[in-house]
Structures are given as structure tokens and as C-alpha cells.
Design a protein around this ligand. Structure first.
Ligand SMILES: Cc1ncc(COP(=O)(O)O)c(C=O)c1O
Length: 401
């Protein structure tokens, strides 16, 4: 029995309805999400996998942070504000002063976020005019995919600039075509870098800020891995501003430094004029940090001891992985700080190696998942404990020897 005639007409009309924003379709599936699904399927089938693919470390969240969250869950739940409470903004400003020697006004220069990913994703909505002449958002490739995805969906033009090993995987704004800079609205830098673990010094940040300012480009620094430095403390972009934050924004995150990936807590800090625009945008995005998460964030931003402990733990894991792979003849680039080790694949086939390792019980991310320039490398996230990292290296070496 067929549908009544009116039903058929309605169905035909529905089929003509737009089904997907073309910008979303153009972005394609998130490569890391696909890998995650594959790992879940294998795990469900009983596979014994050591997962070094997703940057979600196993170390527990500090007790004081968990207690702060629990204590802040009250009997009545209210909407949080985009602006965030005084306490969390003061705690973030306190961290910037202690760690980076930078004075920021918690009232006008600090905005809590629900992790840094959503803040990065939403940023182009605040500054890109899809009908204007400055739609370009520049970032390095290989790199974190969210810079491109957020730009595309905001009607901007994502411009991926190839990063090279010989340049230390650094984006050099000064080397870009002036015509590109003239149509660029925002540029992203990220150090310690995902996926390479490359680092920079404050001189580099000063140079980039000078170029950005000369071309009226907003310079955004993704500082998600900032606290997992090794050797010298990683500088914030705001250290390069010498007190004048015009055109500069730093994106902070509690995810890795405090073991809070599931809490979704971060911050935007910098130029008060830009922060004011972001605050207005974020009154509509529904991504205000919940009050109880803010309470946990106050505990996390106010304590440096647990961060030093975590930093030391990642250092031990990084050293164990590099020593193990090095002894077996593998080489790497970057891998100096942050959460990742970036290993060179001699025959250049990162996909084939990642598959081979998956069969051997080790999950790594093929470099090409981070965009052009990532082919020929694989990324290892220092996620398991040091014994797990050593076992992963043992399996790697056994599978490839
Ligand atoms: C470079 C980079 N930036 C930002 C993020 C987002 O982190 P979160 O949203 O947990 O703060 C990640 C997550 O892995 C990342 O790798």
C-alpha cells in the first residue's frame, strides 16, 4: 500500500530541503573521531590495545580539584554567565602573573571557556566577515584540525601554511605573501606544538606579533600544552606583548596540565577589546563554563604543585619512549615538550605503519591526520603510564624489527 498522495508530496518537498551545510560537508569527517571509533570497535571485540593516539592522559585529576567540583554542586542549578565568575577570572589572572609574569585585568582581559576547543572553533564567528575582504584565517599544517573547521563553518577562508622540519615546524608570518596577509583576519600559532612537540622562544613570539600587528592580523596563540614544558618553561604569547596586548589572544586549557579533559575548562586571555567582542559572541553560543566547573578551575589554576608533578611524569614518559625508539634505530623531530612524540617513518607510509602497529596492539595516529605535511610521520601521545609507554615501545619494536 502506497502513501496517500499528500504524504508523497510532503516527502518530495522534504527531499528538496537542504540536508547539510556545504561547509560542513567540505570539512569531511574528523579523522581523529574515525580512529577513535575503530579503536572502540576493536576493544569491544576484546583486543588488548595500548592507545597512544588521543591526547587524553591517564593520570588522575587532583583530589582538590575533584572536591572543589563536588562541593560546588548545589541544590539549585542556574545558568552560568558567558563572562564567568570573579573567582575564576581572578584565579586565571593569578596564574598568568605567577607563571608568565604578565599582569592582566581579570575583569576585562579574561574569559573562561568550556575547554579551549570550542573557544578555538567559535573564534572566527566573532571576527570573520564572510562577505568582507579579510576572510582568511592562517594556521600551520600539520596542525590541530579545529582552526580550519571553525573557520570554514564561519564563512572564512582557511589557509593552511605548510610547516617544515627544517624551520622547526614553526609558522613564520613574516615569510607569507603580503597579499595573503592583507586578506588575513586571524592567524593561529600553537606551542608546544600538536602534533610535533616543537617549541619556541619568546623572541619568535615577538617577531610573529610584530608581523601580525603590522598587517592588522589578530594573533591567537593556542597554549593548550603550555605547562608540559621540559627544560625551559614555555613562554606565553602575552609575555611578548610587554604589557600592551593589542591584537593578541592566548587560549589556555586545564585539560592536559591538570588532568581535566572531561571537565571542559579553559580560558581566553588578552586584548580587552577582542575579549569584549568574544564575550558578546559567547552570550549566544551556550558554551559558558558551568559554575561548578569554574569552582574546580579555581582550584586547578591556583595550584602549581600538581602541575609540576604532571610535568615531571610526562618528562619521564617522553624520555622512556624516545630512548626505546632511539635504541631500535627510529628517529624523531620536535618531541621536545607537550604531550606528543613525532616519529619519522623511513619509507614515508605513516598509514601503513599505523595499521601494522594497530595489529600489534599499539594505537598511534598517522601524521596525515593532521593535514598536509604530516605524511611520513606518526604521532604518539604520552597517554599511558610509563610502564604502558615502555610496553608500547616494546610492541612497536617487535612488530617492526
Ligand atoms: C593544539 C590543541 N589545541 C586545543 C585543544 C583542545 O583542548 P581542550 O578543549 O581540551 O582545552 C587540543 C586538544 O587536544 C589541542 O591538541
Amino acid at each position: 500500500m502506497g502513501l496517500p498522495r499528500a504524504g508523497c508530496r510532503r516527502l518530495r518537498r522534504l527531499r528538496r530541503m537542504p540536508t547539510e551545510n556545504p561547509a560542513l560537508a567540505a570539512a569531511g569527517p574528523n579523522p581523529l573521531a574515525r580512529l577513535r571509533e575503530e579503536v572502540a570497535v576493536r576493544r569491544a571485540a576484546g583486543a588488548d590495545l595500548i592507545d597512544l593516539s588521543i591526547g587524553d592522559p591517564d593520570e588522575p585529576t587532583p583530589d582538590a580539584v575533584r572536591a572543589a567540583l563536588r562541593d560546588a554542586v548545589g541544590p539549585v542549578s542556574s545558568y552560568p554567565t558567558a563572562r564567568g565568575g570573579d573567582a575564576v577570572r581572578a584565579a586565571i589572572a593569578g596564574f598568568m602573573a605567577r607563571r608568565h609574569g604578565v599582569a592582566v585585568d581579570p575583569a576585562t582581559q579574561v574569559l573562561p571557556t568550556s575547554g579551549s576547543k570550542e573557544a578555538i572553533f567559535h573564534l572566527p564567528l566573532a571576527f570573520v566577515d564572510p562577505a568582507g575582504s579579510r576572510r582568511a584565517v592562517v594556521f600551520g599544517t600539520p596542525g590541530y584540525p579545529t582552526y580550519a573547521r571553525g573557520t570554514r563553518l564561519a564563512g572564512g577562508e582557511p589557509v593552511a601554511v605548510r610547516l617544515r622540519e627544517e624551520d622547526g615546524w614553526r609558522l613564520d608570518l613574516g615569510a607569507l605573501d603580503p597579499d595573503l596577509l592583507a586578506r588575513t583576519c586571524v592567524a593561529w600559532i600553537n606551542h608546544p606544538h600538536n602534533p610535533t612537540g616543537a617549541t619556541v622562544d619568546v623572541g619568535y613570539l615577538r617577531d610573529q606579533l610584530a608581523v601580525a600587528r603590522a598587517h592588522d592580523v589578530i594573533l591567537c596563540s593556542d597554549e593548550c600544552y603550555q605547562e608540559l614544558w621540559a627544560g625551559a618553561p614555555a613562554p606565553s604569547l602575552l609575555e611578548a606583548t610587554d604589557g600592551d596586548t593589542t591584537g593578541a589572544l592566548a587560549f589556555l586549557s586545564l585539560s592536559k596540565r591538570s588532568g581535566m579533559t572531561g571537565y571542559r575548562s579553559g580560558a581566553i586571555v588578552g586584548d580587552p577589546a577582542l575579549v569584549a567582542v568574544l564575550r558578546r559572541l559567547r552570550e549566544d553560543t551556550g558554551t559558558a563554563s558551568p559554575d561548578f566547573v569554574q569552582a574546580a578551575a579555581v582550584a586547578a589554576w591556583s595550584d602549581d604543585t600538581h602541575v609540576a608533578d604532571r610535568r615531571a611524569a610526562f618528562d619521564v614518559k617522553r624520555t622512556a619512549v624516545l630512548e626505546g625508539l632511539g635504541a631500535a634505530g627510529w628517529s624523531w623531530s620536535g618531541s621536545a615538550a607537550g604531550l606528543y612524540v613525532w616519529v619519522r617513518i623511513p619509507d614515508g607510509d605513516d598509514l601503513a605503519l599505523a595499521r601494522r602497529l594497530l595489529d600489534a596492539g599499539v594505537v598511534v595516529t598517522p601524521g596525515r591526520a593532521f593535514g598536509p605535511g604530516g605524511e611520513g610521520w606518526v604521532r604518539l601521545a604520552l597517554v599511558p603510564d610509563v610502564a604502558g609507554c615502555r610496553e608500547a615501545v616494546r610492541r612497536w619494536v617487535a612488530a617492526t624489527g
